[in-house]
Design a protein around this ligand. Structure first.
Ligand SMILES: [Zn+2]
Length: 192
């Protein structure tokens, strides 16, 4: 009697696992819909960044100090499903006639730029740097709030100092079906 067939106990365990996986996936989707509907109902214009999830989730270099940190970040990005969130916010805001601006963060550098004077601080990019103090103007702000502020200012074309304006950052609207870098037409037509 060869035991090549999966045992009943194993089959049962496998069934339980797949049921749990389905449950987690459903819960995540419920949460995504709730969050994005809430945002889309409150705002007519959304500003987000073009996520390079593949880069963000790429394995950190071997022996790198950031390896552990990066592994944690990868996990949380994948868990939350950021690109799905962005897509949902986009179609929900557009469904009510609003607009989602997608900024090129490589140019805007929201996590490195001072929202008060526009100076770019390279070392702010480090994830461990949670609180930003600008050595040029003395402005202080939490990292995430500062990033949001920079993106908001770019979107309304009021970036201070030597900051960068919307027309210069190749912003694309999610309404343009083509996600071409050169396609800034729909955005340039907006007069803020
Ligand atoms: Zn500053």
């Amino acid at each position: 009697m060869g035991r090549t067939l999966p045992s009943n106990r194993w089959k049962k365990a496998r069934k339980t696992v797949s049921r749990l996986q389905r449950k987690v996936s459903n819960q995540r989707q419920d949460w995504q819909h709730k969050v994005t509907s809430d945002i889309a109902s409150r705002y007519d214009i959304g500003v987000t960044e073009e996520l390079r999830v593949r880069n963000m989730t790429r394995k950190a270099k071997k022996g790198s100090k950031r390896k552990k940190q990066k592994a944690g970040l990868n996990k949380s990005i994948l868990d939350v499903g950021m690109s799905a969130l962005n897509k949902m916010i986009g179609y929900k805001i557009e469904a009510k006639g609003g607009l989602l601006l997608v900024l090129d963060t490589k140019k805007v550098k929201p996590s490195q730029r001072c929202p008060n004077c526009g100076k770019v601080h390279k070392h702010w990019a480090q994830l461990s740097n949670r609180y930003h103090v600008c050595d040029a103007c003395g402005f202080e702000i939490e990292r995430d709030k500062g990033s949001a502020l920079v993106m908001y200012q770019v979107a309304i074309n009021q970036q201070p100092g030597d900051g960068i304006a919307l027309v210069n950052v190749d912003a694309v609207s999610s309404t343009s079906k083509k996600r071409s870098r050169k396609d800034t037409g729909s955005v340039k037509q907006l007069h803020f």
